[in-house]
Design a protein around this ligand. Structure first.
Ligand code: PLP
Length: 543
């Protein structure tokens, strides 16, 4: 059953167009145009500054070369497929069946992706802290298979979502997690509905609600499942969801399972969102023209492929104006954004009660696993009963829960130290410094100046592999991202900053990246560059 009628927080219905069509005599006494103009005039400058982001366009020459390069790879792939038998299992005796795998996908993985396969899924054998130990591998058959060499390499790690540096094998988090195993064991082996709820879960939920400044919270053992298994409890056919085009797969799966109607708006584009909202309110459901049961806006705090930050203040204005519900996934922003680490709500100084459903994961800033949904007590009470994750999935394991409790208390300063504040400030400083240095080098860097996810555009598929391999030789680990995870044209490497990084480590990494920018021709930016030296931690970096 969906939430209709069960909980006040999500049972407001769109009862007809008059609720939403702005009239001179309406509640706010403004027409749409007046509202927009007023908003622009009175929008505080600092909000504009906080939302400022850059998506510099690809130079035409690079665009053409990227397409040519990609189609050459495809062409070579077809030649390869024609003349060399692949060393992969074939499907036999399947007459009458549809093929298990999509033909293009198969071809792409075997003949295009395989050329750079060594740059992905590299096994590690240490905590992914400021440094990480990777297991060395070799391939003797051009990427069809890999063998471990038996050696390991310690690399400077710019590849993990360890925003606040809590991925540590020693210290208060690791110690308390060890004690939790001794006290409760490794797992509860039961769902929350049955025997899987412990005092630790209750403590963590109360702490999470207090941390976020909302009435209640519920925690789940897996971040992905927090989205994919809770969204179907909140939505049903007859609901409309307006979803950002760059939303994560867990949100998309949850939406598909819910049976709600999905419309996609342009990434972080409030004009596109408003057009959809207005149409939804005016036209209602297709065919019947009845009002939608609920209208949801679904967004992320930080978009992890783009490095952009949701325009939350504008979004809240829109959701109030059109009486929609807001579902905010703070997987990457919780802990990492805001002076107090409370995510984008804190970053923009918004009221957490303006976000109807707050979701986040503990996998990134807390160095643990799992996720939460937070909001009003009625919402959480509803989920406690109706969530598939509460009913069927195993509950969060004790050491995982304890890691979160200890790290969250540190962020909140409840451990009696200023370590949490220090980590938040260090991450902000590192982010500003690295982004500014990369801009100064003439690289095209996407996203918001304050986002610790830093995508650096290399465009060409082959350059992704070349960058990852070259810096790995210098003991620097970074992630490459390409088609189909990004548009064909927009291959990139992605740097993830952490409070665990020191300035010296960042300078070393920047030096390697500068060398690689020269040798592989990555200085694509056509914007003017500041010749002035960038000082780490100078006042203007921590705006
Ligand atoms: C926006 C977003 N939501 C949810 C998830 C799923 O979280 P987890 O990896 O903890 O399962 C991710 C994972 O990266 C994410 O980026």
């Amino acid at each position: 059953m969906a939430l209709n009628g069960a909980a006040g927080v999500v049972n407001r219905k769109h009862n007809g167009r008059n609720d939403f069509l702005p009239t001179k005599n309406g509640k706010n006494g403004h027409t749409t145009e007046e509202c927009t103009n007023n908003k622009q005039e009175s929008a505080p400058n600092h909000i504009d500054r906080l939302s400022r982001e850059s998506f510099e366009e690809v130079p035409l020459y690079t665009a053409v070369m990227t397409y040519i390069g990609f189609y050459m790879l495809i062409f070579l792939g077809y030649i390869n497929e024609l003349f060399f038998t692949p060393k992969v299992a074939q499907e036999y005796n399947r007459e009458g069946y549809l093929p298990l795998y999509d033909n293009f996908e198969k071809f792409y993985l075997r003949y295009v992706f395989r050329r750079v396969r060594d740059c992905w899924n590299i096994p590690i054998c240490s905590v992914p802290g400021a440094e990480v130990v990777i297991k060395d591998r070799v391939t003797h058959d051009y990427g069809w298979s890999f063998e471990f060499t038996g050696t390991e390499t310690k690399c400077l790690n710019l590849a993990s979502y360890n925003y606040l540096g809590f991925a540590e094998s020693e210290g208060p988090c690791a110690e308390s997690a060890k004690l939790a195993i001794q006290k409760y064991g490794i797992a509860h082996c039961s769902s929350r509905h049955e025997l899987g709820t412990s005092e630790q879960h209750i403590e963590l939920e109360r702490l999470t609600a207090r941390f976020l400044g909302v009435e209640d919270a519920m925690v789940f053992g897996m971040g992905f499942a927090t989205n994919s298994l809770n969204i179907p409890a909140l939505l049903s056919p007859g609901c409309l969801v307006l979803s950002d085009e760059k939303n994560h797969a867990s949100l998309i799966l949850g939406l598909r399972l819910s049976g709600a109607t999905i419309k996609v708006f342009k990434h972080n584009n409030m004009a596109s969102l408003e057009r959809h909202l207005r149409d939804a309110v005016i036209f209602g459901q297709p065919r019947t023209r009845r009002p939608w049961k609920k209208i949801f806006i679904m967004v992320e705090g930080i978009f992890s492929m783009e490095g952009s930050i949701v325009h939350l203040p504008e979004l809240i204005t829109l959701k109030k104006k059109y009486k929609a519900y807001l579902y905010l996934d703070e997987a990457h922003s919780i802990g990492a954004m805001g002076n107090r680490g409370r995510g984008v709500v804190d970053y923009f100084s918004c009221d957490p009660r303006d976000v109807d459903i707050m979701m986040g994961t503990f996998t990134k800033s807390f160095g643990s696993a799992g996720g939460y949904i937070a909001g009003s007590k009625r919402l959480i009470d509803f989920l406690r009963v109706h969530s598939h994750a509460a009913c069927y999935a195993s509950s969060m394991s004790p050491p995982v829960a304890q890691q979160i409790i200890t790290s969250m208390r540190i962020i909140m300063g409840e451990d009696g130290s200023s370590d949490g504040v220090r980590r938040i400030a260090q991450l902000a400083r590192n982010t500003r410094y690295v982004r500014r240095r990369l801009n100064q080098m003439g690289l095209i860097v996407y996203g918001n100046d304050n986002s610790p996810v830093v995508p650096v555009l290399v465009y060409m598929f082959s350059k992704i592999g070349a960058v990852v391999r070259t810096v790995k030789k210098k003991k620097l680990a970074i992630v490459g991202v390409g088609f189909p995870a990004t548009p064909l044209m927009e291959g990139r490497i992605r740097i993830c900053l952490s409070a665990a990084h020191t300035k010296e480590q960042l300078d070393k990494a920047l030096l390697f990246l500068e060398e690689v920018a020269d040798s592989l021709g990555l200085r694509y930016s056509q914007r003017p560059r500041s010749p002035l030296p960038i000082i780490y931690g100078s006042e203007d970096e921590i705006e």
